[in-house]
Design a protein around this ligand. Structure first.
Ligand code: CP
Length: 309
């Protein structure tokens, strides 16, 4: 049985191409379980998992919970707002208390960048980062790569353009690290104010013209535009953003016929992505959501070391 030689999944920056390949290949086997009528295997029977979400989530939380159920683990979910955090308990104390109840793996979403690393250093349980501030969202990056791999048959030498608020996006960071490790050619596009000051670290090209960026792209990934960024002065108005940088049929007129259109969700329809593209034949957004369950099943299996059925 192959396992990951690591305790935690904190980011794709520290992960090797070999590890990413193992996760994607394992996710392919897990997807086969999802396609069965009875989606249940005993792989993680008797293993205990905690879902700890300090920020809202639909896709990540639901897919982790389903992955845990499909693999027969015992899982509990705690929302930050209804936990003893509001009474002043620290993150470390929260997890240590749950650890002595038998929890072996903690899946955490937290608004502070670096919080997943902090937790991993302070507890014995495995930690899976479900999004920490503006740092990384590794399981999203993995499910995005799985979706591209499934649809294109490879990742190497594909041209992938990530459009929008790269500066504040943990999804963009995970994809930038992961895709380049897997041999894809990645570029970013959007207003200069929404580019990270350390963009050079990633060694990717920046386009301000979306039409130019997507002209020979195999994949275009739109990111959610966070409304609070407008109030902070990063761009003048949502309408102007949509007019200049939003993805729509006119803007993608001169692109490859088999271009994949992706979005991590939740979508601001008509702002970063038009509805006809989001729901159209080139969109693989629902594939991304489905891949989320398979990838998270694979990670639980590889970390907790279950027995393959
Ligand atoms: N893509 C993503 O992380 O979605 P949620 O915030 O709904 O989990």
């Amino acid at each position: 049985m192959q396992t990951l030689r690591r305790k935690d999944i904190l980011g794709l920056e520290e992960m090797s191409a070999e590890e990413i390949t193992l996760i994607l290949e394992t996710a392919r086997s897990m997807r086969e379980i999802m396609q069965r009528k009875i989606k249940k295997v005993p792989t993680l029977r008797g293993r205990s998992v905690l879902n700890l979400f300090y920020e809202p989530s639909t896709r990540t939380k639901a897919s982790f919970e389903l992955a845990q159920k499909y693999m027969s683990s015992d899982a509990v979910s705690v929302a930050g707002t209804s936990s003893s955090l509001v009474k002043g308990e620290t993150l470390k104390d929260t997890v240590r208390n749950v650890e002595v109840m038998g929890v072996e793996c903690v899946i955490m979403r937290h608004p502070v960048s670096g919080s997943a690393h902090y937790l991993a250093r302070n507890v014995e349980a495995s930690v899976i980062n479900a999004g920490d501030g503006m740092h990384e969202h590794p399981t999203q990056g993995l499910l995005d790569m799985f979706t591209i791999w499934e649809n294109k048959g490879r990742l190497e030498e594909l041209k992938v353009v990530i459009v929008g608020d790269i500066r504040h996006s943990r999804v963009a960071r995970s994809n930038l690290w992961g895709l380049q490790k897997m041999g894809a050619e990645v570029a970013v596009a959007g207003p200069p104010t929404l580019m990270p000051p350390d963009l050079d670290v990633f060694g990717v090209k920046h386009f301000t013209s979306i039409e130019e960026a997507v002209a020979d792209a195999d994949v275009v990934m739109a990111l959610r535009l966070q409304k609070e960024r407008q109030e902070s002065g990063f761009f003048p108005s949502m309408r102007e953003y949509a007019e200049t940088y939003g993805l729509n049929a006119r803007r993608l007129e001169h692109t490859k016929e088999d271009l994949l259109i992706m979005h991590p969700g939740p979508i601001n329809r008509g702002i970063e992505l038009s509805s006809d593209l989001a729901d159209g034949p080139r969109s693989v957004i629902m594939d991304q959501v489905a891949a989320g369950v398979a990838v998270r099943m694979a990670l639980l299996y590889l970390l907790l070391g279950g027995t393959k059925e």
